[in-house]
Write a protein that binds this ligand. Structure first.
Ligand SMILES: Nc1ncnc2c1ncn2[C@@H]1O[C@H](COP(=O)(O)OP(=O)(O)O)[C@@H](O)[C@H]1O
Ligand SMILES: CC(=O)N[C@@H](CCC(=O)OP(=O)(O)O)C(=O)O
Length: 293
């Protein structure tokens, strides 16, 4: 064997050895992966994310995917001749928009199922309606009526445990029902956080379209690679965080305070960011950790 070829093989072996303690540490642990936003728009990236999650399952983790699809919903809302409207990051969801959102999210869900199945791993796509997984009540934004937008009030994770016990990778669409079985649209970050807390996930990972959290988004040198939940709360209160990162960071702190060991915000545009975060010594993205860690 030529020397460069041998060196390449050695490098591959080193990567596998580096992964070993992490595989041991997280074996049989639940990881909730929120997959949405821009990280979903490119098919190549989608395949990479699905490969990563599938690999996590094959090496013994128990992953659960909670997906978004906001961009696809907006596309179809526009095709129906309506203007997509958001208030504080939440889609104003009238009855027709709810119908479109549920149809589009159903399609996104089954596409993800197909991608996992294609890799030879059994997956089951459900929404928060199935088995009463996500019970909601109508959510208001600063007192404003924003239609059929749901605030998760109760999670019944039995269906997730049943699927995991039968070796399926659960893939969840962010739609739920209120106590009258009326359908509601749920922000996918909120759905992922509620599920991670309910199942006592070891990790909750948000795949998004930025490297992670910046103290000041206009200053790339202010990148934060690790922050405690209380410091993250203080950062939110300081008013320095804006855009979609604000509700995301609120969900991160809620998850850590609700018992999730670690939350990560990762750049879903980086191929195999999940594997890099979980299986290497030098994690990427931002980790939100407990105050005593
Ligand atoms: N301080 C900050 N750090 C990182 N991102 C920020 C910050 N302030 C605002 N943002 C914005 O938050 C966005 C991520 O949130 P969002 O668009 O809701 O993600 P997704 O659609 O992937 O769920 C980033 O693209 C960025 O524009
Ligand atoms: C109430 C609300 O805003 N629901 C979201 C659900 C999808 C979502 O959150 O998708 P991303 O994660 O891709 O943004 C919406 O209708 O866009």
């Amino acid at each position: 064997m030529e020397k460069p070829e041998m060196e390449q093989i050695m490098k591959k072996a080193e990567v596998l050895i580096e992964a070993l303690p992490y595989i041991q540490k997280f074996n049989r642990k639940i990881i909730v992966v929120k997959y949405g936003g821009s990280a979903m728009s490119n098919e190549e990236l989608q395949k990479n994310v699905i490969k990563d999650v599938t690999l996590l399952k094959l090496v013994g983790f128990k992953p659960i995917i909670v997906h978004g699809g906001g961009k696809a919903i907006s596309k179809w809302v526009a095709k129906a001749g309506k203007e997509p409207v958001f208030v504080n990051g939440l889609r104003v969801t009238d009855a027709e928009t709810m119908e479109i959102a549920e149809m589009v999210l159903g399609r996104v869900n089954k596409n993800l199922v197909a991608m996992v199945q294609e890799l030879g791993v059994p997956a089951a796509g459900i929404s928060g309606k199935d088995g009463g997984l996500l019970q909601v009540e109508k959510k208001y934004s600063d007192g404003k009526d924003i239609g059929f937008v749901g605030d998760v009030t109760k999670v019944n994770p039995k269906i997730l445990y049943d699927l995991i016990d039968r070796d399926y990778l659960p893939i969840v669409a962010p739609v739920g029902m209120d106590e009258n079985c009326e359908t509601y649209n749920i922000n996918a970050d909120d759905a992922a956080c509620a599920i991670a807390r309910a199942v006592g996930a070891d990790k909750l990972v948000f795949l998004t379209d930025v490297e992670g959290l910046y103290k000041d988004f206009s200053d790339k040198s202010s990148f934060i690679s690790r922050i405690t939940a209380s410091d993250a709360e203080a950062l939110v209160s300081s008013g320095e965080i804006g855009g979609g990162m604000l509700p995301k960071l609120n969900n991160c702190t809620a998850a850590v305070k609700g018992g999730v060991n670690r939350v990560h915000i990762l750049d879903g545009r980086i191929p195999h960011c999940l594997l890099l975060e979980i299986f290497t010594d030098h994690g990427i993205g931002t980790a939100i950790v407990g105050d005593d860690e």
